[in-house]
Ligand binder design. Sequence first.
Ligand SMILES: Cc1cc2nc3c(=O)[nH]c(=O)nc-3n(C[C@H](O)[C@H](O)[C@H](O)COP(=O)(O)OP(=O)(O)OC[C@H]3O[C@@H](n4cnc5c(N)ncnc54)[C@H](O)[C@@H]3O)c2cc1C
Length: 240
Amino acid sequence: MAQGRGWEGAVLKLMRAKDFTLTVTGAEDVTPHYRRLHLTDGGLLAATGVHPTMWVRLWFADAGKPHQRAYTLVDPDPAAGTFRLEFALHAGAASDWARTAKPGDTIEATVQGTGFEQPAPAPSHVLAVGGPASLPAINSLLGALGSAPATVWFEGGADDLPLRVDPVRHEVRRVPRREAGAALVDRVKAELPDLLTATPHPYVWIACDTRTTRTLSAHVRRDLGVPKERTHALGYWRAG
Ligand SMILES: Cc1cc2nc3c(=O)[nH]c(=O)nc-3n(C[C@H](O)[C@H](O)[C@H](O)COP(=O)(O)OP(=O)(O)OC[C@H]3O[C@@H](n4cnc5c(N)ncnc54)[C@H](O)[C@@H]3O)c2cc1C
């Protein structure tokens, strides 16, 4: 299966990655730039189990070449063998595939690298930074961390994106995407310190474009002194 996917595929194969064929069963345009697909899992969930913020590597074709991109499972149901995938649409082979995907279409998925560590002690306040690409993961994270209050800095995207927030416990602070993420960095740097000091067991979760993620995670760890085990930072996309 790794054949034809170049070294990336070969390395994954050597690492005993698990490969599955997903089949599209339905599609919804949630907004003009955000599309949800319904899929059957080809045995994936039964074989690998499920954890919060779980993601898979999907194999798209880009001008005939293999093109691997990560997507987050939405509402995985191991008993039914189904989940959804939500695509923030922009230029790109993954987005292009999602735009036209229809029932009966298939896509290969590899499970490798995904994981989740439940923070202990449980967070007294979740401080999350992301945007449309990490929206499914933010929803999953907030669902997994139970009753903790959360502040979410959400960069870009339309107001009617399907964030699953509880208005009593969760506050969403919307930030326009400007200057390649600099507006988000400034806003988080200005607002995070007070929230960190106001709570005993904060947990900081960051999933923006790679550069913004690196800048913010370095700030949180080095400048604000948040221990590594109380932070999670992963770049979700690379700005062009
Ligand atoms: C663990 C993980 C989970 C993820 N889960 C999801 C998910 O559930 N839903 C989702 O939509 N994305 C998710 N992403 C992000 C997704 O993998 C990337 O956005 C990916 O680059 C999309 O591939 P593409 O082929 O469409 O575009 P690419 O070929 O990678 O890029 C094409 C162009 O689009 C730009 N671009 C890429 N991504 C974005 C973006 N998000 N916003 C604006 N411009 C962009 C690039 O800068 C480039 O100019 C996840 C990423 C990670 C690491």
